[in-house]
Design a protein around this ligand. Structure first.
Ligand SMILES: *[C@@H]1O[C@H](CO)[C@@H](O)[C@H](O)[C@H]1NC(C)=O
Ligand SMILES: *[C@@H]1O[C@H](CO)[C@@H](O)[C@H](O)[C@H]1NC(C)=O
Length: 243
């Protein structure tokens, strides 16, 4: 599988360079097996951001019944990355104009005082430039739009709510959260917790996709089902309690 992908990538690089569309381009290693799709719970991300510095503030969305896209990350089984695969194309703010309102609703930067574009630019440079070797993500607009489409298709908030798991002050069993997502989507995700100040918080739900953008079991590419420090229960925050 790995070998196959690298042949395809090589082919693509050759093709791109022969078609004359690319001026000097520094290609990195585009070798990846799957895409890790991280959707986070805005309230936990805000909690995290505030916990880093008491002067940090959040810009939280009005509508709080959705997980937000954090990123779609090309990854190799058993390890991370690749990252920053190419310095081309450069991040272009205007390219996102057609989907700006969707981005602001589902891929907003929660960190107050820093702008949305700095977040998107970071995700593009680090991950999008790697994902662009796949046809569905072969432009900045397609990478961001494609990720938003996955966010709409794999509605984590809705999946959990369907099994009675809603933001609350009570705790939930990590296994119940895991099973709800598994039952709804039919494949094993990763439940990713933030462990800080003695609390175990549901931070994100990660889904894994193969290079054809088909949902696969995260366990099949070496991503563990639970990343909650071995804890049995977690909290799904309904409000910010950090300060
Ligand atoms: C917290 O943020 C303030 C304002 O930006 C900064 O002056 C301070 O150094 C930061 N504190 C820490 C611990 O990073
Ligand atoms: C990759 O890009 C990210 C985002 O721009 C940057 O923070 C990071 O330092 C870069 N890493 C390397 C190894 O260049």
């Amino acid at each position: 599988m790995k070998q196959n992908s690298s042949y395809i990538d090589l082919f693509l690089v050759v093709l791109l360079c022969h078609s004359g569309c690319c001026l000097p381009v520094e290609y990195g290693d585009f070798n990846f097996d799957y895409l890790l799709f991280d959707q986070h719970w805005p309230i936990t991300e805000c909690w995290h951001w505030k916990s880093l510095n008491t002067s940090n503030s959040c810009s939280l969305p009005q509508v709080q019944n959705a997980f937000f896209v954090h990123g779609l990350w090309p990854s190799q089984s058993g390890t991370k990355g690749p990252n920053n695969c190419s310095n081309q194309p450069k991040f272009d703010r205007k390219a996102l104009d057609p989907i700006l309102s969707r981005l602001k609703q589902r891929w907003a930067n929660i960190h107050g005082g820093t702008d949305d574009y700095s977040f998107w630019s970071h995700e593009w440079k680090k991950h999008g430039t790697c994902a662009q070797v796949l046809e569905p993500f072969n432009s900045e607009l397609k990478y961001f739009k494609g990720s938003l489409d996955l966010n709409a298709l794999y509605d984590v908030y809705g999946a959990l709510a369907e099994y009675g798991i809603k933001p609350a002050t009570q705790s939930y069993a990590v296994d119940d959260v895991l099973n709800a997502v598994m039952k709804k989507f039919g494949k094993a995700p990763q439940i990713y917790c933030l462990i800080s100040k003695g609390q175990v918080l549901l931070h994100s739900v990660r889904l894994c996709f193969d290079r054809n953008i088909k949902l696969i079991d995260c366990s099949s590419v070496g991503v563990s089902a639970k990343n909650c420090g071995g804890k049995k229960t977690l909290q799904y925050l309904n409000k910010i309690t950090v300060d």
